[in-house]
Design a protein around this ligand. Structure first.
Ligand SMILES: NC(=O)c1ccc[n+]([C@@H]2O[C@H](COP(=O)([O-])OP(=O)(O)OC[C@H]3O[C@@H](n4cnc5c(N)ncnc54)[C@H](O)[C@@H]3O)[C@@H](O)[C@H]2O)c1
Length: 257
């Protein structure tokens, strides 16, 4: 029944337009479903090509867009496309991220560049251009980025360049929140704990058990559990929340070990 709330006109994102990056799979794909359920119109962005399939499955309130969000010109084009398609932008959800990489203290400049291009530099340009599009639309809005619990506490399985990028997003988001507060544009971070997406399919049993033992709740999150928080942050129900990092981690960061 809850899935049909938007049809009944009761969704918390009724009348809002959202840009969602990384919409092809995992948490981004779940965000598309939850935002549509709550009445939003969505520009589904990815560079994998799968965004076309997602939009075909989701119907006319979801329009696909191909962009590599490590590139500023493609980011700018993405918000222009949302305005073209739906007339405005109210929310931007940066989910696209580069994962993997070597763990341990050795890293190269190439690894650093690869891990920060989308996860940090791309996110910064997304926030900048999202705010411009939201200001152009009038009425304020909400911008959020998915980072990681690796941005809050140390995790040996998190590569150092990945940790650098995710941690830095926490810092820059706070400054953006100051900059855009006068325009009623809220900027927040959702720090993900272990979340079971397609990319975990190949994970070996020991690593899976190690990761599932971390959260107090003793299990991984579902992508849907992550997406519900983004929908709340994009909605007017979170109108007094800005400049913060919200861990959605089943309690992982609540304990010392
Ligand atoms: N899944 C987890 O356990 C977990 C934990 C901590 C943080 N996170 C973070 O949450 C976010 C989503 O994670 P996920 O597991 O759903 O990821 P995923 O790898 O399953 O999906 C990421 C999507 O982003 C797209 N993408 C990647 N780089 C892009 C780029 N430059 N331009 C456009 N699209 C791009 C990919 O094609 C893919 O569709 C990531 O930022 C990730 O770092 C995830």
């Amino acid at each position: 029944m809850a899935e049909n709330r938007a049809d009944a006109g009761g969704g918390i994102l009724e009348g809002k337009v959202a840009v969602i990056t990384g919409a092809g799979q995992g948490i981004g794909r779940a965000c598309v479903d939850v935002f549509l359920r709550e009445g939003a119109k969505v520009l589904a962005v990815d560079f994998s090509g799968v965004q076309d399939k997602v939009a075909a499955e989701c119907g006319p309130n979801c329009v696909p867009f191909h962009a590599d969000v490590s590139k500023e010109d493609e980011i700018e084009a993405m918000y222009a496309a949302a305005i073209d398609a739906f007339g405005r932008v109210d929310a931007s959800v940066q989910v696209a991220g580069t994962q993997g990489g070597r763990t341990g203290p050795e890293f190269t400049a190439e690894e650093y560049d690869l891990m920060t291009a989308t996860n940090l530099r791309g996110v910064m340009f997304c926030i900048k251009h999202a705010a411009r599009a939201i200001k152009q639309s009038g009425g304020g809005g909400s911008i959020m980025t998915y980072t990681s619990v690796a941005g809050i506490g140390a995790e040996q399985m998190a590569p150092i360049p990945y940790t650098a990028a995710k941690t830095a997003v926490h810092g820059v988001s706070r400054v953006f929140a100051i900059d855009y507060a006068p325009d009623n544009i809220r900027v927040n971070v959702i720090a993900c704990g272990f979340t079971k997406t397609e990319m975990m399919d190949g994970m070996d049993a020991d690593t899976l058990a190690h990761m599932e033992a971390k959260p107090l709740l003793g299990r991984a999150a579902t992508p849907r559990e992550q997406a519900e928080v983004a929908a709340f942050l994009a909605s007017d129900r979170s109108s007094y929340i800005t400049g913060t990092v919200i861990p959605v981690d089943g309690g992982w960061t609540a304990r010392l070990v």
